[in-house]
Ligand binder design. Structure first.
Ligand code: PEP
Length: 258
């Protein structure tokens, strides 16, 4: 496989600066012990208030830094919002967009997520666009329709530049598996990932589609990571709860060497 594995930690609204510092310190120590071993790309996405201090710790190391959300707008009168440039200024290279919590709690729809993606590219960030179905949608056999709608929405706003398109990261996160301890089976994950890959092939061509990384997220833990990551279209993980303990996050990273 030509795609490099990526394990991303979404810390959500957790971690005052001191806690965030010790968490990233633990991850750095663990990665130092793995020096010389083949390790996948590692990304941490702290809350906005801890990005600067975590950024100081990870600067010059292999750990990448990302935001959990950003505004679609350029700088201006948008109280409480944050631009992509504000994230890049702090050293972020990635931003998570359209997480199911943003979609369900803050009314973000696929069109808005797509516009945010365009803004992220404009501001020099690599977007990680999350998609996923609810339990009711899965139980009524609408999983692929929902994923189809969410993925289709991104195409009109993708940059024309092939290299930028190839940087895109998608994250399949079944809503029923997020923070619930229920994980999609490796086969369920692969089915949806293969469906997304086929959409990418049809719309963007083989070359680009084969480079876009598709992460799985939803109750990934050290003991289930490697079997999920072994599936051909699963290129890594977006990790919530288990990203808050250095040891667990490192255990997941070990599930996806290289
Ligand atoms: C998430 O919120 O993106 C997530 C995958 O959470 P968890 O790993 O806790 O299920």
């Amino acid at each position: 496989m030509s795609r490099r594995g990526l394990v991303a930690g979404n810390w959500k609204m957790n971690g005052l600066i001191g806690v965030a510092d010790s968490l990233v310190g633990g991850i750095l120590d663990g990665l130092a012990k793995r020096a010389g071993k083949s390790v996948c790309e590692v990304l941490v996405c702290p809350p906005f208030t801890a990005i600067q201090s975590v950024g100081k710790r990870v600067g010059g190391t292999a750990i990448r830094l990302g935001g959990q959300n950003m505004s679609e707008h350029k700088p201006g009168a948008h109280t409480g919002e944050i631009t992509g440039q504000m994230l890049t200024e702090l050293g972020c290279t990635y931003v998570i967009l359209g997480h199911s919590e943003r979609r369900s709690m803050y009314g973000e729809d696929s069109a808005l997520v797509s516009r945010k993606m365009a803004s992220a590219y404009r501001d020099g960030l690599t977007p990680i666009v999350c998609v996923g179905e609810t339990l009711a949608e899965r139980e009524s056999n609408r999983t692929l329709d929902v994923i189809g709608e969410q993925v289709s929405a991104i195409f009109p706003n993708l940059p024309a530049d092939e290299a930028k398109r190839q940087q895109l990261v998608l994250a399949y996160e079944p809503v029923w598996a997020i923070g619930t301890g229920k994980t999609a089976s490796p086969e369920q994950a692969q089915e949806v990932h293969a469906f997304i890959r086929k959409m990418l092939v049809d719309k963007l061509g083989n070359d680009t589609a084969s480079k876009v990384r598709i992460l799985y997220g939803g109750s990934v833990k050290p003991d289930n990571a490697s079997v999920i990551f072994s599936k051909p279209d699963v290129d890594g993980g977006l990790i919530g709860g288990a990203a808050l303990k250095a040891e667990d996050f490192l255990g997941i990273i070990d599930g996806f060497p290289g």
